[in-house]
Design a protein around this ligand. Structure first.
Ligand code: SF4
Length: 336
């Protein structure tokens, strides 16, 4: 099928907004960045931009990692003298100030059936005084706003966009429903609630998948994850040789690196710092992470560590490393 047409047409790439921006800034060269799942729509997007613009525009496509808006490829754009970066699939990263002109397009999913969604969450809203909060991954922001407008019985509020390392505030919610495909965003929010220790102020977290219309409870999975993380912290307790893996752009955590290296130095632990734009199993094997080091801490993206649960040596988030080094268990479950 040309361009995976059916797939690409189910999402809003906001071509008009892109073209308006190109026109108003008289842009001649753009740099496009898409998460892996949307890269198949590259031709679909560029063809539409050119047709609507009515003139040619040079388009460069980044194949560098685009897991989040923490990785806006400013260096790539600069190297080709692009005047505008169009970054698809995410909203701006709250921990980063950008040095380039970036247009963020969240890429809203337009195929959801609102009545089926309302059917799935209707039972949560049987009483008028229930405080229902909704949060979403970037692909469902407008959908969530429509859900809140359509709900009549209880009080519904939109709490914002959940990122893997940036949950929404859940205070004053009886139930917080995270609307997203897959588990990543909802588990993030559930882990954040764990940090609060499920006190009486904790909200119940539920996950709604807008592609399958299923509503599910993440607590069991989050609990399993916490147990594994506790074991990793325990494993790292006496580690002497540490590898710190830091990233680039928004994943370059200088402040945290300073805090971490101070603690490691003060406790006579040895450390080495690796900088990686992309961290995968091959990177770990290449540096001999399992033989050269006793513990690894990933400061770049906290969620990468969960892919390495099976690794022999403990691979920690920065929050977990602080739990080991200064006993700050307040943030041990959650990455920061
Ligand atoms: S979870 Fe990782 S990829 Fe996602 S925004 Fe945070 S640092 Fe970036």
């Amino acid at each position: 099928m040309q361009y995976n047409m059916e797939f690409c047409e189910s999402f809003d790439f906001e071509i008009e907004k892109i073209v308006d921006t190109i026109r108003s800034r008289d842009v001649r060269r753009i740099y496009i960045q898409l998460p892996e799942g949307f890269q198949r729509c590259t031709r679909f997007i560029t063809d539409r931009i050119r047709v609507l613009l009515g003139r040619d525009v040079e388009v460069f496509i980044s194949a560098n990692p685009s897991y989040g808006s923490c990785l806006v490829d400013e260096y790539g754009a600069k190297s080709v003298n692009a005047q505008l970066i169009v970054h698809f699939g995410h909203t701006p990263y709250p921990y980063q100030a950008y040095n380039a002109d970036v247009l963020f397009i969240p890429v809203e999913y337009t195929g959801a059936d609102l009545s089926r969604i309302l059917g799935a969450i209707g039972s949560l809203c049987l009483e008028e005084n229930v405080k229902l909060c909704l949060a979403a991954s970037p692909q469902h922001i407008n959908l969530v706003k429509s859900i809140c407008s359509a709900i009549e019985r209880c009080k519904c509020t939109f709490r914002g966009v959940v990122m893997g390392c940036y949950p929404v505030a859940s205070e004053n919610c009886d139930v917080l429903v995270v609307v997203s495909g897959g588990k990543f965003h909802c588990i993030t929010q559930a882990l954040f609630e764990y940090r609060k220790g499920f006190s009486s102020s904790s909200s119940k977290i539920l996950c709604l998948d807008p592609y399958s219309y299923s509503l599910w409870d993440p607590s069991k999975e989050a609990e399993k994850m916490v147990k594994i993380r506790m074991w990793k912290i325990f494993q790292a307790a006496n580690a002497k040789r540490w590898l710190i893996i830091d990233g680039f752009y928004g994943q370059n955590r200088e402040n945290l690196l300073v805090q971490l290296t101070k603690l490691l130095g003060a406790s006579n632990r040895e450390y080495h710092i690796l900088k990686a734009l992309k961290l995968d199993r091959e990177t770990l094997i290449n540096v001999g992470a399992d033989s050269n080091f006793d513990a690894i801490v990933v400061t770049s993206c906290p969620y990468l560590v969960f892919d390495f649960n099976d690794f022999d040596k403990p691979i920690l988030t920065i929050g977990e490393a602080f739990a080991v080094l200064n006993g700050d268990t307040n943030r041990y479950v959650y990455p920061w």
